[in-house]
Design a protein around this ligand. Structure first.
Ligand SMILES: Cc1cc2nc3c(=O)[nH]c(=O)nc-3n(C[C@H](O)[C@H](O)[C@H](O)COP(=O)(O)O)c2cc1C
Ligand code: SF4
Length: 505
């Protein structure tokens, strides 16, 4: 059911060392002995505007998936500041993209530079509270982060800025920035229409003022109006790796940051390689390294006696076929071939992989994880997954393929968030590049293949990735019951049941 289990052979990797430290940093003292804290020291001597200008000049782009310029985002936060409430900084450590394990790796080795980056962000956007959004199931990282926050606070680095770790649910959508804000507000992780710079979190506001402010009763609320804008302070949401880059940019300057990478994609990226490679692993590489080299360096290349057929960069971007493996891993080059960097999680596929079974696995993941606020995404997405399963099991008639093609083009209709677009992009790229494999299943010339398990990663140990196999039991209503109720997760809209999400059994 899983795509592949590698040999477990661990190899040495020569890579960059900017955010993924070469060893575990055990204490704040050790961090300081390695020049930790220098970025915050510099930041304290500069104005907010100077910090933002430096970040803009660095060209740093968000490492959570979309690659949005981080300096521009910080500026938008400042421009949308509330007149009455302070902004909140949210560190997105939800890490739910299948094939990605870099944020947890960064936190395990050194949580201090993530916290230092968040403190610098708070200075730049005028925030007085930071929330580290992790998952309840990431206990190792939760414990490490809390201990590091305590050390940093005791050392007086936080000065007027409070920090907390939030333990969120396992749902994939929890990583979507507005769903993350909903979860922090104590509701289910359903995406909002209002972006974070228009509507932040209410818990902080309540704590500061003694009354609830912020996002209102549910994610059904539409864009905040001018009145609400005043009482809904913006929240800056940045990914863990993005913020881990910030201290050194401040300490060494934007010019230093740009010494690696390309003009449009400066710096490094922390990649995860899993699937049909010799080993699985996480490493930091220069932006602009070719995908082939990344897979060779981090994953040891294809398994002995096998050849790479393609690479799936998570479930948010188009598949990369073998003939395009020499594409540099940059935002511009990956986009030019109809794919994307995403969160740097590359799932290697070899010639044994059946593409319709892969498509059926991806489609099931996105269909189940969809919240159901938009019918084409949830119902259409699940119908797409069912049709793909029928194809991969070689039980399909011609009309099933028509269903696949039609649903792939309508799944993102009127979509509130990007998950539905992901479904469309990945399906259309697999269909476009490997359509003949679908035809072979329908014609009966290829035997049945069960859909592959596409799920979040639990860990990578000794060069072997562990997929979250509990996903096999997850129902479209987000329960783990034997049967699905047939209801949408979003039917729970308006229920404020803080802490009662589907923490998995
Ligand atoms: C369905 C979905 C899941 C996402 N999951 C994550 C995640 O686990 N971690 C993350 O940092 N960003 C995730 N994102 C992207 C966030 O919405 C957001 O763009 C990001 O946190 C911004 O930080 P950055 O600019 O530093 O990348 C997800 C987006 C979508 C649509
Ligand atoms: S597009 Fe899908 S996941 Fe996003 S809000 Fe709509 S139903 Fe939910």
């Amino acid at each position: 059911m899983t795509i592949v289990v590698p040999s477990g052979n661990t190899g040495r990797v020569r890579t960059a060392r900017r955010v993924l430290w070469d060893r575990t940093i055990d204490s704040l003292d050790e961090y300081v002995s390695r020049r930790g804290g220098a970025g915050l020291g510099v930041a304290r001597t500069r104005s907010a505007e100077e910090l933002i200008v430096e970040l803009e000049a660095s060209g740093l782009r968000g490492r959570g998936g979309a690659g949005f310029p981080t300096g521009r985002k910080w500026r938008t936060m400042v421009e949308n500041r509330s007149t009455t409430e302070a902004t909140t900084v949210i560190v997105n450590g939800a890490e739910g993209e299948p094939g990605t394990f870099k944020d947890r790796s960064i936190i395990r080795r050194c949580p201090y530079h993530v916290i230092e980056g968040a403190l610098i962000a708070a200075l730049a956007v005028g925030a007085d509270h930071i929330v580290f959004g992790l998952k309840h199931s990431f206990q190792r990282e939760v414990v490490r982060m809390r201990a590091a926050i305590d050390e940093i606070t005791a050392a007086g680095w936080a000065e007027g800025i409070s920090m907390e770790v939030f333990e969120g649910p396992d749902e994939y959508l929890y990583g979507e920035e507005t769903a993350l804000l909903e979860a922090i507000d104590g509701r289910y992780p359903f995406p909002r229409l209002a972006p974070p710079f228009r509507r932040g979190v209410e818990r902080h506001g309540r704590r500061a003022t003694g009354k609830a402010v912020g996002s209102g009763v549910s994610s059904r609320v539409e864009l905040a109006g001018p009145q609400e804008e005043l009482i809904a302070p913006p929240a800056l949401v940045d990914n863990v790796e993005t913020l881990a880059n910030v201290p050194r940019i401040m300490a060494r300057g934007s010019g230093w940051f740009r010494t690696l990478g390309t003009e449009k994609s400066p710096g490094t990226i922390t990649v995860t390689v899993t699937g049909a490679s010799r080993r699985h692993g996480v490493a930091e590489v220069m932006m602009g390294t070719t995908l082939r080299k990344v897979i060779q360096m981090v994953g040891g290349g294809a398994r002995r006696g096998h050849r790479i057929k393609g690479v799936l960069p998570g479930v948010a971007n188009g598949i990369v076929p073998a003939e395009l493996l020499d594409t540099p891993v940059t935002y511009e080059d990956m986009q030019a071939i109809g794919s994307g960097v995403g969160s740097g999680g590359f799932i290697v596929l070899d010639e044994t992989v059946d593409m319709p079974a892969l498509a059926a696995g991806v489609s099931r993941f996105l269909g189940v994880e969809s919240c159901g606020q938009c019918t084409p995404c949830k119902l259409g997405g699940l119908e797409l997954a069912d049709a793909l399963r029928t194809v991969s099991l070689s039980e399909a008639a011609e009309h099933h393929m028509q269903e696949v093609v039609t649903r792939s083009s309508t799944v993102s209709d009127r979509a509130r968030c990007y998950l539905a677009h992901q479904h469309q992009v990945v399906m259309q790229s697999i269909l476009g590049r490997y359509g003949h494999e679908f035809d072979a299943h329908v014609a009966g010339t290829t035997g049945p293949v069960e859909p592959y398990l596409i799920a979040e990663l639990i860990d990578i140990e000794d060069g072997v990735a562990q997929l979250d196999e509990r996903f096999l039991e997850k129902q479209p209503d987000w329960s783990f019951d034997e049967l699905s109720t047939g209801k949408n997760p979003a039917d729970r809209l308006g229920q404020n049941r803080f802490g009662e999400w589907s923490f998995r059994p």
